[in-house]
Ligand binder design. Structure first.
Ligand SMILES: Cc1cc2nc3c(=O)[nH]c(=O)nc-3n(C[C@H](O)[C@H](O)[C@H](O)COP(=O)(O)OP(=O)(O)OC[C@H]3O[C@@H](n4cnc5c(N)ncnc54)[C@H](O)[C@@H]3O)c2cc1C
Length: 478
């Protein structure tokens, strides 16, 4: 076994591992990156980027279907193989990471394709090479699908998200196990391309971590598109039967489909990583870190493996902190009170900070305001159907602790809402702004106006046509 001293070893050169490595290489450090699969990781090849290109395509189809009765006539013929070819050519390069490998080398780093393993607090092995890190080791090994312990599931040829992204053909029917963000996004995507989709969620509502109003708005939209949504439904058994996959629910009913997608959450990728050799707990579902991303002395962890909030933007946020730690630079410590969450369904969901339930559970005295999007000027004009604006404010300080926008461009609404929660901008300040009319973000002003009326919870009925002129949705003075 060869032994080499380097500055930093990064295990997992995925979304944040690559980002950190390039930062450290840019600062002149001697970095070894070890990657078991593709340099660039999940986000680039199987998650954010390909899925969002596919969802954009599905949204175009849906907009075309909405033409009838609104603007003209359109006949829409979805073509999944066309989309699959675009994913291959335009986003993933045929799942080829040679660009990332070359860039790593060009910046002066050494990239090794293989599975890294900690063999001590400062050493990592890969194949027959051992590296001792002078400045530190960074664990950035990401996450993998959490497969629920369902009887018979291991004998079924089920899909994970990778299979959807790489599918050359769309199945005629598919059961999506899990009504979280990923299950809803991919379920709606496949339905819009023509698959018969059933989403099965064990909780009483889809997107159970979000506001109940969010779940209701999305469920109504999915159902209206012909997607079957089964909530409060626990799958007890799965089996292959006569060319179909059959799942049995706790109430004894059965669902059958051509394919089964398991999208029931994710767990840290730490098996075989040798965490124990460095004094870390290898059995925990995620690797604990402090606010400086330190897992142990000289060992940092970042990204999904920490389980803090499994998003690319959080992984990159953490990477910046680790870079500052290793390079001895100033950087604020990690805080997670204003983490933005976008769910790229239609209606799109943008949420930040605490939900009302989480705020109450944390013992905060909050006021919650809900404004239905069709009860706003832009929502009404757009014909947006299902959507809400909700914000949760600390009653005493008048500062937002959480906010949600469901509707067209819900994710983009996070620009203002995240800033408000992150910078703790008082509602009085937000109320004093001028909002462009009639915009979606202007609906935030309308919701704040409702709060200004001193109402603890406001649920406006949708405007019906010219009723809007009578009820006026502009913000009112406090
Ligand atoms: C379908 C889907 C859609 C998503 N969409 C979004 C989105 O729109 N926006 C968003 O913010 N987030 C999204 N996410 C989440 C996002 O993809 C992840 O949060 C992000 O990629 C995590 O980055 P990471 O660096 O922690 O992990 P990864 O990018 O997974 O990188 C970890 C790397 O470590 C490697 N590895 C593991 N073990 C070892 C080992 N022992 N040795 C060497 N290498 C190893 C892996 O091969 C992998 O390349 C989505 C996730 C899914 C599943």
């Amino acid at each position: 076994m060869s032994e080499t001293n380097v500055d930093v070893v990064v295990i997992g050169v995925g979304t944040c591992g690559e980002d950190l490595s390039l930062r450290l290489l840019g600062a002149g450090l001697d970095v070894v990156g070890i990657e078991a699969s593709l340099v660039g990781g999940e986000c680039a090849y199987w998650a954010c980027l390909p899925s969002k290109l596919m969802i954009r395509a599905a949204n175009i189809l849906q907009e075309a279907r909405r033409v009838d009765g609104k603007a003209g006539h359109a006949e829409v013929t979805p073509d999944w193989p066309l989309l699959a070819a675009r994913v291959r050519a335009e986003v993933t390069g045929g799942w080829d990471d040679s660009f990332g490998v070359k860039r790593f080398g060009d910046r002066g780093g050494r990239l090794i394709h293989g599975r890294g393993k900690l063999t001590g607090p400062h050493t990592v092995t890969v194949g027959d090479e051992s590296f001792t890190a002078r400045r530190g080791i960074v664990i950035a090994t990401g996450s993998k699908p959490a497969i629920p312990p369902i009887s018979g599931l291991d004998a079924v040829d089920f899909w994970t998200t990778h299979d959807v992204i790489q599918a050359e053909q769309l199945p005629n029917s598919i059961i999506v196990l899990g009504g979280g963000a990923v299950g809803c996004e991919l379920g709606q995507l496949m339905a819009r391309f023509g698959a018969d989709v059933t989403i099965v969620e064990a909780s009483e509502r889809i997107l159970p971590a979000e506001e109940p109003e969010t779940s209701a708005a999305l469920e109504a939209a999915l159902s209206a598109e012909g997607i079957t949504v089964r909530t409060g439904a626990t799958v007890q058994q799965a089996e292959s039967r006569g060319g179909s996959i059959v799942v049995t629910l706790a109430d004894g009913s059965e669902l059958a489909s051509e394919r089964l997608l398991v999208a029931t959450g994710r767990i840290a990728n730490v098996s075989g990583l040798g965490l124990e050799a460095a004094g870390l707990d290898g059995t925990a579902p995620f690797t604990p870190v402090d606010e400086r991303m330190r897992a142990a002395d000289g060992i940092w962890a970042m990204g999904d493996v920490t389980g803090k909030a499994m998003f690319t933007h959080v992984a990159l946020y953490q990477s910046a902190i680790v870079a500052a730690e290793i390079l001895g630079k100033d950087h604020p410590s990690a805080r997670y009170d204003a983490v933005p969450r976008a769910v790229f369904t239609d209606p799109e969901v943008g949420a930040v900070g605490m939900t009302e339930a989480k705020a109450l559970a944390a013992g905060l005295d909050v006021v919650a305001v809900v404004k239905q999007l069709p009860a706003t000027f832009r929502g009404w004009l757009h014909g947006s159907g299902n959507g809400i604006i909700k914000f949760v404010a600390d009653r005493k300080t008048g500062v937002l602790v959480g906010a949600t926008a469901v509707g067209p461009h819900g994710g983009e609404m996070l620009g203002m809402l995240s800033l408000a929660v992150h910078a703790r901008i008082p509602l009085t300040e937000l109320r004093s702004m001028i909002y462009a009319f009639p915009t979606f973000y202007g609906t935030i002003g309308e919701a704040i106006g409702a709060y200004g009326r001193g109402l603890s919870t406001v649920i406006d009925p949708p405007y019906k046509g010219f009723d809007v002129l009578d009820t006026a949705g502009a913000p009112e003075e406090a």
